[in-house]
Design a protein around this ligand. Structure first.
Ligand code: CIR
Length: 245
């Protein structure tokens, strides 16, 4: 992980620091009622703790994606056997590139942000897979110089998104209630609603206050070390309802 990709070098993250942040993240998911499976590390893939990027999961099936960074391309095949054990259907994006970080699942459609990691061919191939699962996909734009579409937004409930002002300005969320992160707290937009709580970066007090004002319970988590390799809170897990109990 210390060799993970980053847009700007602010120094390597501390291994122990990331480990502590990851442990707290897993503990927060468990406390929120999630049954967590922790996967083994993949030597040779320093960004592979960001399991959200090589796959997209739903109760009804999973889709193997095609990570847009060359050093991450092999992560999809590495996670495939794990998904095959857990999902009745495993579809695969054939063309182009698409990272899970660019994919936001809304109740009625799935938004796919074009970015440096996700191209139109990949987005269209993903839409074909989504259609097979009975879902609708829509291609949208990620703001310039933003790693992933979801770096700038998260779904808080069926009708509410947390997002940056620059993403809101694109009009993509005009049919939803939008809560904006304060200027200077853009990194807080990648939060994670899990059951009754919202996991949010502890370093963003303005965003936490705003979420609480809107009635959301917040679990603050440290993200300073993983942020050095451009990560937030959604990217370290794949989450789905088992469809059973
Ligand atoms: C990368 O550049 O791919 C990683 N260092 C960070 C990936 C973060 N993933 C995400 O936001 N979905």
């Amino acid at each position: 992980m210390i060799d993970g990709l980053r847009a700007q070098d602010h120094g390597n993250p501390s291994y122990d620091g990331v480990l502590a942040e990851h442990h707290a993240y897993v503990a927060a998911l468990a406390a929120a009622g999630v049954a967590v499976t922790r996967l083994d590390p993949l030597p040779g893939f320093p960004d592979s703790l960001f399991v959200e990027d090589p796959a997209l999961v739903f109760t009804e099936g999973a889709i193997l994606l095609k990570p847009g960074a060359e050093s991450r391309a092999g992560e999809a095949q590495a996670i495939a056997p794990i998904l095959r054990q857990r999902f009745a259907q495993l579809l695969e994006v054939g063309d182009g590139h698409v990272d899970g970080g660019d994919v936001l699942t809304l109740p009625d459609r799935v938004l796919i942000g074009l970015s440096a990691r996700t191209d139109r061919a990949g987005a269209q191939a993903l839409i074909a897979c989504l259609n097979q699962l009975g879902r609708r996909g829509e291609i949208v734009e990620t703001p310039a110089d933003v790693l992933h579409f979801k770096s700038d937004c998260s779904l808080l409930d069926e009708a509410t998104v947390l997002c940056t002002a620059r993403l809101a300005a694109s009009g993509v969320f005009q049919n939803l209630r939008q809560i904006l992160v304060p200027a200077g707290e853009e990194g807080a937009a990648n939060a994670l609603r899990v059951n009754e709580t919202v996991l949010a970066g502890a370093g963003y007090p303005g965003t936490i206050a705003r979420l609480q004002e809107h009635g959301f319970a917040v679990t603050p988590l440290q993200t300073a070390e993983i942020a050095k390799i451009d990560a937030g809170l959604s990217c370290m897990s794949l989450r789905w309802h088992s469809g059973g109990a």
